[in-house]
Design a protein. Sequence first.
Length: 246
Amino acid sequence: MAATVRRFALIGHGRIGAAVVQAWEAGDLPGWELAAVLVRTRPAAAPPWLHTDAACLRASAPDVIIDTAGPEALAAHAEAALAVAPLWTVSAVALADPALCARIEAAVRASGHRLRVLPGAIAGLDGVAMAATDPQARLHLEIELLPDAQPAQELFHGSVREAARRFPHSVNVAAAAAWAGPGLDASTVRVRRPGPVLANQLALEAQSRYGRVRAEAQPRVAPGAHPVAASIVAALRQELRPIWVG
């Protein structure tokens, strides 16, 4: 019996979404078919799966919809997307808005489709989730923005919820970790400008009665390579595995 092919749709075709499409076109996602991609503008010679109408994406019969377009896109499309399929996102920072969370939770209850926050650019969230079973668990993150010519400087130190408000396109890692752990208000983050260095660093540390979990990453973004896109590709592969670890 031939294996059933599942269909995924993407919201966004920027650096992350385009890298996921490239992985699919290269044959790196066996068992998956690209149903549709939602974009703001459609080039004249665009492939048939590229759409500017969100209704076309929802009508493409996807088994899962993946948001790669940022917090504004999640806020705009989450409820309608959840009505037709499970929704995955890398925009955890959008969930710092309590009103949006309430709307998403209502949409999940109405449809039975859940919202999944993907790890994005840092591993170790499974260890954070384990630590968070301790009510006294603590989570702290160190986030460096992308390197530039500006001198190194600390920009913020406080709750992840407040950091999400101030840096909505830079602290998705912190927001995802906080959701896996003690929560947006109980988790803390330090945001720094690293200066003119070769690579920025991301780090998390969770402490609980079970011990200490620490993870660090130096993400590399290059043409056709994006760590967040790699997280999406890994999640799609895992979704089809008969044995899933993690």
